[in-house]
Ligand binder design. Sequence first.
Ligand code: SF4
Ligand code: MG
Length: 313
Amino acid sequence: NQLKKYFGDSSSIFKRNKTVVKAVDGVSFKIGKGETFGLVGESGSGKSTIGRSILRLHSITSGEVKYNGYSLHHLPKQEMRNLRPKLQFIFQDPFSSLNPRLRIGDAIGEALLDHGLCSKTEVKSKVLEVLEICGLASYHYDRFPHEFSGGQRQRIGIARAIILEPDFIVADEPVSALDVSIQAQIINLFKELQKEKDITFLFISHDLSVVEHLCSKIGVLYLGSMMELASRDQLYGNPLHPYTKALLSAVPIPDPTLKRERIILKGDIPNPANPPKGCKFHTRCPLAQDICRVEVPEFREIEDQHYVACHLV
Ligand code: SF4
Ligand code: MG
């Protein structure tokens, strides 16, 4: 009754919350140690769900996430907690996860102390070290979140993640909210981290031009299913799925003598809770045939380590 007062008919809210929406379906991939894997798709494609599920920020109804031989979703809570520092998440908007009343130095050092990874006397020097790695001068230590620009906040988000010396980081659209010039700076920071540290990344983005600079392997998602999975060279040099081709056609090429024909997709992305039958992409695919409307295309290896789900490939 209390809830009814606030939310009107609360039963529909609960029902909606209890409905299981298949946000991700049959997606399987491996990320090698030290590799950066790019996961690309429009909003609603399930890429954040995958990133969060891997780190057990979401539960999953079936399937498995394996990390160094551990099945993460089957680990007891305490063991998962012990692993947490090794598995970090970088958010699109780090500001929303920063306590506005906590000085940046303390915010960055907090997790180290929480996990008992460092003594109170050591924490400041560790924080200053990661601030420097992330391109933030030491005088920022005593400042508050609101005093920073978007790019600086993302540097803070990255500093908070790497101070724990993680093995694996999921970065969920870490540059999407930034201006293009700032994007390039943050991408360079990621590149430096790739060079200096032995971190494995899952880099999530809706933008194939961002992923190209950072990722050695890329998966293209559409409505919770993997459409294409390939190395960077295969994907950019020989894209095979009509959806990948359409996404790539929107990426500007630096060389003006080379021309790419722009493929405009018709219509909007369908509701992920109720995806089209057959090939999920058929309502927007310029090449769709009758079979595409009824039969789900198999995700097949077309050439070495290059997988595609399309009846025509
Ligand atoms: Fe297009 Fe059919 Fe291939 Fe799907 S299976 S991508 S609808 S051609
Ligand atoms: Mg998202």
